[in-house]
Design a protein around this ligand. Structure first.
Ligand code: UDX
Length: 430
């Protein structure tokens, strides 16, 4: 099939490259000339496992092309995915300016039937607005449909998530739109949920909010475990074996970050508010998530007594391992809180150093974890990169001013660390 993907951010690029790889001809459109020029040369603006090879392979086979010209993108394509950004506004709601712009332009340029599919995460009723926008600008009365097909890609495993999804959600208002999308996704052989557009839009926000709620739930349990002298990991194991609960997303720690959960949660609270429902449960999920970062800083304070003038080494800046993404990363808030206390900060991350340099000031960037540990009063784990699980702890102990590790992701065995002579503080267990 001939597909056009508008927006070459995270979602658009992965979607475009994967759809090309399963045998479609895909043209990706973006207004950013520099980005498109780089993509044409096979230079990928984001760090995502396997994406570079996928893009190059499909460019070579002439199944994947890039352009800044939406008109060119629309010419041959029947299905148009809108995958532009929906950044958060000050009030937490999603800014849909880009979606509206693209919808308007599509309607002005289209000359034959188009199926316009929302891929970006958007509030419920966006589909109806896209349909309205296209209708009012559709001077030549070209036939079109609108559909919602939310993505559930995790950064770091986005290609695998695309190729082997748990489910594909298709929100449509016509048989033709349904048939086109079912045909497009049939090579993936995944369960499909076919529904109306509004339900599909809500599935996305409900899923992400539910996962965020699971994380905040286990973090709340973790705090109870700490006070009661129990072990949150065993509690999660015991809960998770119940098939109705499941073990996934029950890892206690410094909370969730990234560009999806915090943004989608805030947007869903706002959507509910507009629909005259106070989603207090989700507000609590946010509060617990904020608290976890302060809790980690308090643990550091409790063990250092005075933080002012002390040197604190931070391992991990990205919001989770296997990505260089630091958007809404817990590390940023934790570093800010520690700096407010007057601490000197040293940091290292296997992938996120370049991005962090753009936003973190007055912080010493180190070449490796050992340089971070040298003469630090405390070593803090914020992201659970595999590399940190395999550190030479004897060497770390020698380098630290005092053998104190505060672990916000529970990557070590407390008994082993204590035996090795460390004061080891973690989350929800001792
Ligand atoms: C998420 C959703 O999983 C995905 O379906 C959606 O499309 C985009 O948002 P992503 O943001 O890439 O994906 O990250 P994810 O792997 O889900 O982790 C989110 C955050 O939760 C991370 O900061 C992670 O450290 C944290 N987390 C996750 C926990 O603190 N505990 C857990 O048990 C799981």
């Amino acid at each position: 099939m001939d597909i056009c993907v508008v927006g070459t951010g995270y979602v658009g690029l992965v979607t475009g490259a994967c759809l090309a790889d399963i045998g479609n001809r895909v043209i990706c459109v973006d207004v950013d000339k520099e980005k498109i020029n780089k993509l044409k040369k096979g230079i990928i603006p984001i760090y995502e496992l396997g994406l570079k090879d996928l893009v190059k392979r499909n460019q070579k086979r002439k199944r994947l092309a890039f352009t800044t010209d939406l008109r060119e993108g629309l010419k041959k394509s029947t299905i148009i995915f809108i995958a532009v950004g929906t950044p958060p506004k000050q009030d937490g709601g999603a800014d849909l300016t880009y979606v509206e712009n693209v919808a308007r332009q599509i309607s002005q340029y289209m000359t034959s039937y188009k199926l316009i599919v929302e891929k970006s995460t958007v509030p419920v009723e966006t589909g109806a607005w896209v349909k309205h926008t296209v209708s009012v600008n559709n001077r030549h009365k070209v036939k079109f449909d609108v559909a919602s097909n939310p993505e559930f890609l995790r950064e770091g495993q986005a290609i695998n998530d695309f190729m082997h999804p748990d489910r594909i959600v298709i929100g449509v208002g016509s048989k033709k739109a349904e048939e086109l999308l079912v045909k497009l996704y049939s090579p993936l052989r995944a369960p499909m949920v076919i529904t109306d557009i509004k339900s599909a839009e809500i599935i996305k926000h409900a899923s992400n909010s539910f996962l965020a709620m699971k994380i905040s739930f286990i973090n709340a349990i973790s705090n109870i475990c700490e006070k009661a002298g129990a072990d949150v990991e065993k509690v999660a194991e015991g809960m998770g074996l119940d098939k109705r609960i499941g073990r996934a997303f029950l890892d206690a720690g410094v909370g969730f970050g990234g560009f999806c959960f915090p943004k989608d949660l805030a947007a869903f609270i706002k959507i509910a508010e507009k629909l005259d429902y106070n989603f207090a449960l989700l507000k609590e999920v946010e509060k617990i998530n904020e608290f976890q970062k302060k809790l980690l800083v308090n643990k550091i304070k409790d063990n250092l007594w005075i933080v002012k003038g002390k040197t604190i080494g931070i391992l991990g800046l990205s919001f989770k391992p296997n990505t260089d993404d630091i958007r809404f990363a817990p590390s940023l808030d934790i570093i800010r809180l520690l700096r407010d206390e007057g601490a000197n900060i040293k940091v290292f991350d296997p992938q996120a150093m370049n991005k962090a340099r753009e936003v973190l000031k007055k912080v010493k960037f180190c070449k490796n974890p050992y340089e971070v540990a040298r003469n630090a009063d405390c070593l803090v784990i914020v992201t659970e990169w595999n590399e940190f699980k395999k550190l030479d702890l004897k060497k770390i102990k020698k380098l630290l001013k005092q053998p104190l590790i505060v672990d916000g992701r529970n990557i070590y065995n407390p008994k082993a660390l204590k035996k090795a002579g460390f004061k080891y503080i973690c989350m929800g267990k001792s």
